[in-house]
Design a protein around this ligand. Structure first.
Ligand SMILES: *[C@@H]1O[C@H](CO)[C@@H](O)[C@H](O)[C@H]1NC(C)=O
Ligand SMILES: *[C@@H]1O[C@H](CO)[C@@H](O)[C@H](O)[C@H]1NC(C)=O
Ligand SMILES: *[C@@H]1O[C@H](CO)[C@@H](O)[C@H](O)[C@H]1NC(C)=O
Ligand SMILES: *[C@@H]1O[C@H](CO)[C@@H](O)[C@H](O)[C@H]1NC(C)=O
Ligand SMILES: *[C@@H]1O[C@H](CO)[C@@H](O)[C@H](O)[C@H]1NC(C)=O
Ligand SMILES: *[C@@H]1O[C@H](CO)[C@@H](O)[C@H](O)[C@H]1NC(C)=O
Ligand SMILES: *[C@@H]1O[C@H](CO)[C@@H](O)[C@H](O)[C@H]1NC(C)=O
Ligand SMILES: *[C@@H]1O[C@H](CO)[C@@H](O)[C@H](O)[C@H]1NC(C)=O
Length: 360
């Protein structure tokens, strides 16, 4: 599914049961219920989904250590999209970052207490971002430099991790004196993730490529971050419209599903497709913003999913799904669509999509 999503269609055939108008209204409720933000700190469609951040201390140095930090996206369908992740923490003591490979801090902070060599970052609460693709080889390590983009574990396992190396000074120099950082924050990009405390775990073992030798980290700690739709955004991110072969009426997305057009209180909350203003906002400073910039529609949603019933027999039914992107800030190169439907445990045919069942 590596195509740009401007508008994409595909057909799904479900089996079992006639999908009558009754079925349609049931379906509508089910799909909408997945879009309504939940206050739960986890996603019921991906209850074990998390992002795990692992720190492996590879080497002790005279005043600290060198660690490789790796983020694993153990979520079934949620990617970290451009402009990518931002990772923050608070040092437990007066640690500084001498240097980094494969990432950088956004601010250096006040390093005036250092004479001679200047650290990369002296902030008590550094904020780290990934480097961009095309970074010179001598500043790269494995799994770095993807502009902070991490795909989901199920959809693209080869690109589900991101790493950087950090050399820490003014820190403990043994596994008894080192202090784990506190208060991890992950923005991916925008809010939504909550991180737990770092836990010291069994040191990671690394197996060489030929499988003939195993080395291990000197010390390892893990931090787990989980996603909450409620923290991320209070409005839904898409809406569903419906139509069928047996009725000319198209049931549009409900008005104001994702917000209302209100020129008086929120001018610029949406943009007309033919507006000359459009080119300037897309290219402008807002380009890396995670806030959607939507085309003006009655529903104001960044994405519309249209569900057209093409066939409806006793043995099976077939629908064509069309997805339209109304968000000028997103191209969605690695998109996926999550649908909950009672008949989907027995999908018989699927065209122009890859498909995977999440939870049976
Ligand atoms: C994070 O996800 C992985 C993969 O699903 C799972 O093995 C692990 O137990 C999860 N961690 C936590 C703390 O939930
Ligand atoms: C610290 O290192 C010693 C050996 O140098 C080891 O026996 C001990 O288990 C380590 N402790 C931790 C918490 O990793
Ligand atoms: C944790 O980080 C957040 C955001 O950076 C900050 O508001 C909060 O005060 C920090 N808490 C502690 C205990 O440092
Ligand atoms: C720590 O994270 C790594 C990488 O995700 C994982 O392999 C390991 O099992 C985790 N350890 C614990 C104790 O959760
Ligand atoms: C088509 O659907 C609309 C809206 O549900 C309904 O009012 C109308 O009666 C239907 N027409 C036919 C011919 O079933
Ligand atoms: C808001 O403004 C746009 C263009 O400026 C206009 O097309 C639209 O009809 C207005 N909406 C309302 C609800 O007034
Ligand atoms: C989306 O892709 C188009 C065409 O490749 C490009 O012109 C545009 O800048 C991209 N937009 C964003 C927000 O990346
Ligand atoms: C799934 O669909 C196939 C083909 O329509 C059918 O043969 C099979 O019995 C169905 N399985 C279940 C569990 O309903």
């Amino acid at each position: 599914m590596a195509t740009d999503l401007s508008s994409s269609t595909s057909a799904v055939t479900g089996s079992m049961g006639k999908l009558a108008t009754f079925g349609l209204s049931i379906l509508f409720v089910l799909v909408l219920s997945t879009l309504i933000p939940s206050t739960e700190a986890y996603d019921s469609l991906d209850p074990n989904g998390n992002i795990t951040i692992k720190w492996d201390i590879m080497q002790w140095t005279p005043d600290g250590y060198v660690a490789v930090v790796t983020m694993f996206n153990y979520q079934q369908y949620r990617h970290i999209q451009a402009p990518g992740w931002t990772l923050g923490w608070t040092w437990a003591k007066k640690e500084v970052i001498w240097s980094m490979v494969g990432a950088q801090t956004t601010e250096q902070g006040d390093c005036s207490r250092f004479k001679g060599n200047t650290p990369h970052c002296c902030k008590k609460d550094p904020t780290v971002v990934d480097l961009l693709p095309g970074t010179p080889y001598n500043q790269q390590i494995a799994n770095c430099c993807k502009g902070g983009v991490i795909n989901s574990w199920v959809q693209d396992p080869a690109n589900a991790a991101s790493s950087f190396q950090v050399s820490v000074g003014a820190a403990g120099t043994t596994n008894k004196t080192v202090r784990v950082p506190k208060n991890f924050t992950l923005r991916a990009p925008g809010p939504g993730y909550t991180c737990g405390v770092a836990k010291i775990v069994k040191p990671t073992k690394f197996v060489t490529q030929d499988g003939r030798r195993t080395t291990q980290a000197l010390m390892t700690w893990n931090v787990t971050c989980t996603y909450s739709q409620f923290l991320a955004q209070k409005t839904p991110t898409c809406c569903v419209s419906l139509s069928s072969f047996y009725n000319d009426t198209i049931v549009n997305c409900p008005t104001c599903t994702c917000g209302c057009q209100n020129n008086a209180t929120q001018p610029g909350s949406c943009v007309e497709g033919d507006s000359p203003y459009l080119a300037s906002v897309i290219d402008g400073a807002g380009k890396n913003s995670f806030t959607p910039l939507v085309q003006c529609t009655s529903h104001m949603c960044p994405v519309r999913v249209h569900w057209h019933v093409k066939l409806n027999y006793k043995e099976y039914w077939r629908v064509k799904i069309a997805i339209t992107n109304f968000n000028y800030r997103m191209n969605y190169t690695q998109w996926n669509l999550v649908i909950q439907h009672p008949n989907f445990d027995n999908l018989t045919q699927l065209f122009s999509f890859n498909y995977k069942s999440l939870t049976p």
